[in-house]
Design a protein around this ligand. Structure first.
Ligand SMILES: [Zn+2]
Length: 55
């Protein structure tokens, strides 16, 4: 199944073992974030959770 990343627009081939496969098979218009963007979002979330402390 070919899906498009909602963030960068990259097309990704999704296999049945992917955790989002069932959801996107039911709802092709659903939001999908490619692994690259997913990692970027996680890094940004961690930065927000752990703001640099002033010395
Ligand atoms: Zn992406």
């Amino acid at each position: 199944m070919q899906v498009r990343c909602s963030l960068c627009g990259a097309e990704v081939e999704l296999t049945k073992i992917h955790k989002d496969y069932d959801r996107l098979a039911r709802d092709p218009q659903g939001v999908f974030v490619c692994p690259k963007c997913h990692r970027m979002v996680q890094v940004q979330a961690q930065k927000q959770q752990n703001p640099p402390r002033p010395i």
